[in-house]
Design a protein around this ligand. Structure first.
Ligand SMILES: Nc1ncnc2c1ncn2[C@@H]1O[C@H](COP(=O)(O)OP(=O)(O)OP(=O)(O)O)[C@@H](O)[C@H]1O
Ligand SMILES: [Mg+2]
Length: 265
């Protein structure tokens, strides 16, 4: 089989944390997974199974205790511009306008003004924030603020967008809108995404594949590819929610979640 040089590879990664009292806690145990370039992968599993830890290691914010992580043939050793992270909570700079927030990464990376302006306009438009480009974040709703964070991260044109429950703090309606927006933007930009979610519907709607982690310690229990979605109209949530494959899969994942619960106590 041809080696996958493009895309993300997590190779036999384990993570052991030492507590203040020198007790070891195995957060992740020998996790291997591959995400082909251009796909959306979702890390799903019970609370405490190591989803955020794995995402932070891919971001280069934590180091694996064993194993390694490779993106497009390059070993991940520290944070890098090719991997952009969007956190659950709103993380833009309150003293900068929306436009300056989106331009921030490009400014510190020394990109020229005309190039920067073009990129900023493009991503403001992509997340539908052009009209509020000169507003400050505190003047925006939660969903708009999260769009600023997404536009700011996308403006750096990362090969891989990393998101840790990015819509968890939003109300259901805004969450739906944000999921649709994210889906259309990343498909258009051909950005790969690794997303942490608790939400089964979100995982099936957004994902090309789901990595289901079991807990104590976190292991890859099952990889689920969502090929059936290619027969449905792209991004059509109603068509997805009413198709039999969706309902079967949702039930299957709910069962997997409830099987994990006793161990998580
Ligand atoms: N910095 C740390 N020091 C010690 N233990 C940690 C640290 N970060 C995470 N852990 C432990 O690692 C395990 C996995 O945590 P992690 O935050 O990755 O889980 P999660 O799957 O993201 O959970 P949730 O869905 O609740 O966000 C947990 O048992 C947690 O207590
Ligand atoms: Mg987490």
């Amino acid at each position: 089989m041809k080696a996958l040089s493009q895309g993300l590879r997590v190779n036999g990664v384990s993570k052991v944390f030492q507590s203040a009292r020198k007790v070891s806690r195995v957060a992740l145990d020998d996790v291997s997974l591959s995400l082909p370039a251009g796909e959306v992968g979702v890390l799903l599993g019970p609370s405490g199974c190591g989803k955020s830890t794995l995402l932070r290691m891919v971001a280069g914010l934590e180091t694996p205790t064993c194993g390694n992580i490779v993106l497009n043939g390059q070993l991940v050793e520290k944070p890098g511009r090719e991997r952009g992270m969007v956190f659950q909570r709103y993380t833009s700079f309150p003293w900068l306008t929306v436009r300056d927030n989106v331009a921030y990464g490009l400014t510190i990376n020394g990109d020229g003004t005309s190039l920067r302006e073009g990129v900023v306009d493009h991503f403001l438009d992509a997340v539908r924030l052009s009209d509020v480009a000169n507003s400050y974040p505190h003047e925006l709703s939660g969903g708009m603020q999260q769009r600023v964070a997404i536009a700011r991260t996308l403006a750096n044109q990362p090969q891989l967008l990393l998101m840790d429950e990015p819509f968890g703090a939003l109300d259901p309606e805004t969450r739906w809108q944000m999921q649709s927006l994210l889906q259309s933007v990343v498909k258009k930009e051909k950005t790969s995404v690794l997303l942490v979610s608790h939400d089964i519907e979100e995982a099936i709607y957004l994902g090309d594949r789901i990595f289901f982690l079991s807990s104590h310690p976190g292991k890859l229990r099952e990889e689920i590819t969502l090929d059936f979605k290619s027969r449905l109209p792209a991004g059509d949530r109603e068509a997805l929610l009413s198709c039999p494959e969706y309902r079967q899969l949702e039930l299957k994942i709910r069962r997997m979640m409830s099987e994990e619960k006793p161990q998580a106590a």
